[in-house]
Ligand binder design. Structure first.
Ligand code: ARG
Length: 571
């Protein structure tokens, strides 16, 4: 069933005799801050041009034509706005029975059925450490993955790993020079990263190292056996380390086709661009012009080799054929905004318009430690695995101090520690810079993962104390009209929003909308629970309130699971 906002949008669309798309109406509908102005408000100003009438007249006429049902108590026209007031008498019944029926499926939708979305995310560079930026990338990508699944899409998660390029020539050089000085048994990725930092420094001072690196890469490209063996080894040890992180985060990839996968698929790109006569020479390189406001996109460098962009273009071609995607979403730091603008322009010459229009870059802001920007080259990096272990250890201490009688403390510490990290990255707008502070992240109050988890645990313990039986809940006769004070109503109305919150998060590629929503649900729940005792003698009211507690627990669990955060039963 449609949620109330959608129901209103549909009703408006019908009253307008379909002259405006439902999506456009949905985007215009607001939630007035002051409840005096209703629960939803529809501004009619954007219709004035189309209908050639004043907004006030449009609103007045619309009000007459609207066909609504008992979900809406009344509609008022105020200064070109249509204000809708939800019928609070029915809303409790409607929302709570729906959630209790649908359980963890509440919020799921069918808009995506039959459509495929590719999400290109995480995508670290081989042999370089996995830093906080990649971590942010991974949790955003994972959350979008689950979000689109909830909306009914078929999702393909792609890890476009940086496993090709000139840095491998450099790495081979470094490996040959220094390998005996490092312990590869213990932590091969660490050793490789250290070597990478060292050889980069040496190359800065010594031109000859760069020449050697170029030579090595050439050999690798030509398939020299020893070079290929080394490349494979570097790739393997790196992937092994990344997989530890992915496992702990419950991150799923359906493909690990990285840059190397496309190295033999760039010729076709070049040919197609030549056939379209858009590939032009520029100081020895081959480029495609992409408009006045951007530098041309380099396809082949003057030394004849292809680059990152060329392989990305080959990937677009390949993915359109293999996955027939509705959208491909790329998640990277803001530094790559220009890169994606350029290749999306060039893609016009390679794939059907429907694919080209479906290419979306989702940039995120930098992650900073208090000490400054992180950079692989300088080696100023926190290893994510260390960070995760530290978060787990610290949450272990926190719960031990709070309540040392808990069972499964290890699992708990993991759920809380990892959840805290993930939530921290997801709660701020993706473009905003995140300054990382572990202790802040782990707090049990404030806008944190543990706070939302803790609220969930509270709902569970109330239900347990009351002997609430999930299976019987739906069969019980409950008088939901007993839930009518502001604390109860505000919480119910908030729970009602989950489906549209999921939709908006996906439309804006902004999972922080969902994270912030969960904080709001948790806050409204705490307010409700402080003001409205649940375990009371009035059986009828107790039952109704228990159902509200149960519905809240379902919404929190669903939301957290989409973000990739587990819900402990006790903490
Ligand atoms: N490996 C790149 C990096 O770490 C990100 C790759 C993003 N995906 C893509 N198809 N270009 O910066």
């Amino acid at each position: 069933m449609e949620d109330i906002k959608e129901f209103i949008a549909s009703a408006i669309q019908k009253a307008l005799e379909n002259t405006v798309q439902k999506q456009e109406i949905l985007e215009k509908i607001e939630n007035p801050k002051d409840k005096q102005n209703g629960d939803f408000a529809y501004p009619c100003f954007h219709l004035a041009k189309i209908l050639k009438k004043s907004p006030v007249l449009i609103a007045t006429e619309l009000k007459e034509k609207l066909v609504l049902n008992s979900r809406i108590e009344k509609v008022e026209v105020v200064n070109g706005y249509l204000n809708f007031y939800i019928n609070t008498k029915n809303i409790g019944e409607e929302i709570l029975t729906r959630i209790i029926e649908e359980k963890e499926k509440y919020g799921d939708q069918v808009v995506g059925q039959g459509k495929t979305i590719c999400i290109d995310y995480s995508s670290p560079n081989i042999a370089k450490p996995f830093h906080l930026g990649h971590f942010r990338n991974t949790v955003i990508g994972s959350a979008l993955y689950r979000l689109y699944e909830a909306l009914g899409y078929h999702v393909v998660g792609i890890n476009h790993i940086g496993d090709w390029g000139r840095q491998f020539g450099l790495l081979i050089e470094g490996y040959q020079l220094y390998k005996d000085e490092y312990n590869f048994e213990e932590n091969a990725l660490q050793a490789l990263s250290d070597i990478y930092v060292r050889i980069n420094q040496l190359a800065k001072q010594d031109e000859k190292i760069m020449d050697k690196a170029r030579e090595n890469f050439k050999k690798l490209e030509q398939g020299d056996e020893e070079s290929v063996r080394l490349w494979k080894y570097f790739r393997e040890v790196s992937l092994k380390e990344y997989n530890r992180i992915y496992e702990i985060l419950n991150t799923k990839f359906d493909s690990f086709n990285g840059e190397a996968f496309y190295k033999d698929k760039t010729d076709e790109v070049i040919q197609m661009l030549e056939q379209k006569h858009v590939l032009v020479d520029s100081q020895g390189a081959k480029v495609v012009e992409v408009g006045e406001d951007m530098p041309p996109c380099i396809i082949v460098k003057s030394n004849g080799s292809t680059i990152y962009a060329t392989r990305d273009l080959a990937a677009i071609l390949y993915r359109s054929r293999t996955y027939d995607f509705t959208k491909t979403i790329y998640i990277t730091a803001t530094e790559q905004i220009l890169h994606f603008k350029q290749i999306f322009e060039v893609a016009k010459y390679l794939v059907d318009e429907k694919y080209q229009k479906g290419l979306v870059h989702v940039p995120y802001g930098m992650v900073r430690l208090k000490t400054g920007k992180m950079s692989t080259r300088e080696g100023n990096v926190i290893y994510i695995n260390d960070l995760i272990q530290e978060a787990i250890q610290k949450s272990g201490t926190i719960i031990e101090n709070k309540n040392s009688n808990l069972e499964n403390k290890e699992t708990l510490a993991k759920q809380i520690g990892v959840g805290a990290l993930v939530f921290h990255y997801l709660k701020s707008n993706k473009l905003k810079e995140v300054i990382f502070d572990l202790d802040e992240t782990l707090r049990f109050d404030g806008e944190t993962g543990p706070y939302v988890q803790y609220t969930y645990v509270r709902t569970k313990s109330i239900l347990e104390k009351a002997g609430f039986d999930e299976k019987k809940a739906l069969l019980e006769k409950v008088d939901y009209t007993l839930l009518k004070n502001d604390y109860e109503m505000d919480l119910i109305k908030e729970l009602e929003k989950l489906p549209s919150i999921l939709q908006r998060s996906a439309e804006e590629y902004e999972v922080s909308i969902l994270a912030r929503y969960l904080i709001q649900v948790a806050t409204l729940f705490s307010r409700f629970y402080t003001e409205c005792p649940v375990l009371i003698n009035d059986e009828a009211l107790k039952k109704a309130r228990l159902h509200l507690v149960y519905a809240t627990s379902m919404v929190l669990k669903k939301g957290l699971s989409i973000l990739g955060i587990e819900t402990p039963e006790k903490m």
